[in-house]
Design a protein. Structure first.
Length: 81
């Protein structure tokens, strides 16, 4: 698989920011937050957007590079004689 521009997934999303509702925080001020959260994972993994996702702001071009990494557990069998 090749990397670089033109060799991957390209998305253009309409987040319909005009439909967003204000966010009320601990202060009297109102903030307007917009964007999307993204997580790249395999089909076998459930999404954990809050812990593993990253935010993408509207109106900007964002590039993401990823590399597959596999981690496994190996048990050590030892016998006591």
């Amino acid at each position: 698989m090749k990397g670089g521009m033109g060799n991957g997934l390209e998305l253009m999303l309409d987040i319909q920011q005009d439909e967003y509702l204000p966010v009320w925080g601990e202060t009297d001020e109102t903030s307007f937050e917009a964007g999307i959260k993204v997580q790249i994972h395999t089909q076998d993994e459930p999404p954990f957007i809050d812990q593993l996702g990253f935010g993408v702001a509207p109106g900007f071009q964002t590039f993401v590079s990823c590399q597959e990494q596999r981690v496994g557990c190996h048990s050590i069998n030892s016998s006591i004689n």
